[in-house]
Design a protein around this ligand. Structure first.
Ligand code: AKB
Length: 318
């Protein structure tokens, strides 16, 4: 990973991954790309940036060639709740972008990473301690694109020898960039609202467990997996990873340890609740631990302390 091209770099994962890789390897080590170019964005300003629609194969290939990249990290995709509202767009973007990116990786012999998700599982997947290799029959368009993506990445590895790797991300929580249109977003919104209003109205029902992870652990996981010895990888697309599993009352109690006056009510969104109900309660990350040393640092309370601490100034500054 000496020179990395990242698609969808302005999203929740991209903005922090690009910053970390530039910090580790220098500003020019990452060619950041996204469909839009906001002028005052730190990802745009901190190193090379190209505007790219991932459905434009020729342009993607050109950027990768011109910059002599050795790795492609493909992040551009719609998340679960938006994908459920716009299923055709989700299929076209999530699958069209992925197949283009895989073709670029094949053509230029690049290492390749793209994320899958806990959304790749469905209602008849075992709910607790969900194994690495298990039934995947998702009932959302997001899930359909994620399972198809996993299969396509494995296909490119076995058929064409492309070094494809991926993880099934749980909900990701970060204080830097807001997620856009996911089901697990409540676990990010809650911290902002706690600081702004001292209360939060959850769109996910009490008792709904989902896997989650703090963004620094997610970024570490991507870098660790991409640097892993390929001979040790039994699996590739995609590894179960998680740092914690909680339900809304657990995160409420965790916030109350720092802000005892914090309160939470519920106004459940039926669409996002249906999606959440179709996902596992907790997944088993043993294969990721054994095959490439996945080891998250943050549990719920450590994440809560850090989120509230880091967000305080931002929220105060408006
Ligand atoms: C979403 O909620 O859509 C994402 C995910 C779990 O993939 N955060």
């Amino acid at each position: 990973m000496k020179k990395v091209m990242v698609t969808g770099c302005l999203g929740q994962i991209g903005s922090e991954l690009v910053a970390k890789l530039r910090e580790l390897n220098g500003p020019d080590s990452v060619i950041a790309t996204d469909i839009r170019r906001p002028i005052d964005n730190p990802t745009v300003q901190s190193g090379p940036f190209e505007e790219l629609d991932v459905n434009d194969y020729d342009h993607m290939l050109q950027i990768a060639k011109d910059n002599n990249v050795d790795t492609l990290i493909h992040l551009a995709a719609l998340l679960s709740a938006v994908a459920e509202k716009k299923p055709q767009l989700a299929w076209n973007l999530n699958m069209g972008g992925l197949v283009n990116a895989l073709e670029v990786a094949r053509e230029l012999n690049l290492k390749f990473f793209t994320p899958s998700s806990i959304g790749s599982f469905g209602p008849n997947t075992p709910k607790d301690n969900t194994p690495q290799d298990t039934l995947q029959r998702p009932t959302t368009m997001y899930g359909v694109t994620k399972v198809s993506g996993e299969l396509l990445c494995d296909y490119y590895h076995t058929k064409f020898g492309v070094d494809t790797r991926g993880v099934r991300f749980p909900g990701l929580i970060s204080y830097k960039t807001l997620p856009g249109g996911g089901t697990t977003d409540y676990a990010v919104d809650i911290y902002y609202e706690a600081l702004k209003k001292g209360s939060y109205e959850s769109f996910i029902k009490e008792g709904t467990y989902m896997d989650m992870m703090y963004m620094p652990d997610a970024i570490d996981a991507v870098i660790k997996l991409m640097n892993a010895d390929p001979d040790k990888l039994v699996h590739r697309n995609a590894f179960n990873i998680t740092a914690m599993s909680f339900e809304p009352e657990d995160i409420k109690k965790s916030i109350q340890k720092v802000m005892p006056e914090f309160d939470m009510t519920y106004d459940v969104d039926p669409m996002r609740q249906t999606i959440a109900d179709s996902w596992p309660n907790s997944i088993d990350p043993t294969c990721a631990k054994e095959e490439w040393g996945f080891s998250p640092n943050y549990d719920l309370d450590a994440m809560t302390r850090d989120m509230l601490d880091k967000l305080k100034d931002r929220v105060e500054q408006g």
